[in-house]
Design a protein around this ligand. Structure first.
Ligand SMILES: NC(=O)c1ccc[n+]([C@@H]2O[C@H](COP(=O)([O-])OP(=O)(O)OC[C@H]3O[C@@H](n4cnc5c(N)ncnc54)[C@H](OP(=O)(O)O)[C@@H]3O)[C@@H](O)[C@H]2O)c1
Length: 288
């Protein structure tokens, strides 16, 4: 029996497959389109996995605004198909979700807890929240909300903020980066480790339910960019710009820091502070 990892070519799915080694059956769109309900059920009944970790998602937040049907098919309907299969097999489902379910700024900012009421804004965020609700209908579910993922540097397919900064910084001496969104960027190898811990203990010392898992601390995208260029030893001036002035098509939360206390109290692998995690990204790149 193996653990099925969907979205296996993506940032988190790829890392989970790497960490699980032979225990993983990695699937992506070319081997199983999760929006095809019948195909999902047939494949899962044939594989009879010990658990399914759903890392597949429609993750292009801005494009989702004009592609809502496809976004909903991947972020909601696909989860419903997986829930059906998990129900037939009595098999645990891990659904990866997002800080974007908290779309409105709290009156007095404090990190969001798992039981705070979500307020998703925009197509991506709303569909991810609907996906959570679908996953929660399965008794043996873990919903893991996370934030600002960046994969190892050797993951050349990955699309993320760190890679974008390093690419842009290679040709420009000055960049304008949003400075009024507070969140916690998260290094994918750390998150993958935590997800496997939760799955390994689920139903025993880890109750089924929702968990927030990010690196520690909080920052803005501009401050994160400054640290990226410092560690990369690149001379790039990073000027602040506001979310409204930047004018992305999809709304972004101004404050989406997640309270990870529930995860930490379970005693799982530590999630280092965001600066230490970023330093590890550069270390891993240098050694690998
Ligand atoms: N990236 C972030 O900053 C971030 C932040 C918070 C939460 N999350 C959540 O974390 C999870 C993992 O994110 P990630 O960055 O690793 O995602 P990712 O790199 O975009 O990977 C998602 C994978 O799912 C695949 N996929 C899309 N539609 C599919 C379908 N119909 N059937 C099968 N596979 C399909 C994608 O293929 P294509 O590339 O061909 O579409 C891609 O390989 C997602 O649930 C995401 O919502 C991400």
């Amino acid at each position: 029996m193996s653990i099925v990892v969907t979205g296996a070519y993506g940032q988190l799915g790829g890392e989970l497959c790497r960490q699980l080694g032979d225990r993983a059956t990695g699937l992506d769109i070319d081997s199983l389109d999760l929006t095809d309900g019948r195909a999902v059920l047939e494949r899962m009944l044939a594989l009879r996995p010990e658990a399914i970790v759903n890392c597949a998602a429609y993750t292009q937040v801005d494009k989702a605004e004009e592609d809502s049907e496809k976004c909903r098919a991947v972020n909601v309907a696909a989860v419903e198909h997986l829930v059906r299969a998990c129900g037939e097999l009595d098999c645990p489902l891990v659904q990866i979700s997002t800080d974007y379910v908290f779309g409105t700024a709290p009156a007095s900012p404090r990190p969001w807890r798992e039981d705070d009421p979500p307020s998703p804004q925009g197509v991506y965020a709303r569909t991810k929240f609907e996906g959570e609700r679908a996953a929660a209908r399965h008794p043996k579910h873990l919903i893991v909300r996370t934030c600002g993922l960046y994969a190892r540097r050797c993951d050349r397919r990955a699309s993320n903020f760190v890679r974008t900064m390093l690419r842009l910084g290679g040709t420009r001496s000055e960049l304008r980066v949003v400075d009024d969104q507070r969140c916690t960027p998260t290094y994918v190898p750390h998150l993958a480790r935590a997800v496997l811990f939760l799955l390994g203990q689920a139903g025993a010392t880890v109750p089924w339910g929702t968990y927030h898992v990010t690196n520690g601390g909080e920052t803005t995208w501009r401050e994160f960019a400054v640290e990226i260029f410092r560690l990369a030893e690149m001379r790039v001036a990073v000027r602040p710009i506001g979310t409204a002035e930047y004018g992305a098509p999809a709304p972004r939360p101004l404050y989406s820091v997640l309270d990870t206390g529930a995860y930490r109290r379970l005693g799982g692998p530590p999630m280092p502070d965001w600066k230490a995690a970023l330093a590890e990204f550069f270390c891993d790149a240098a050694s690998g």
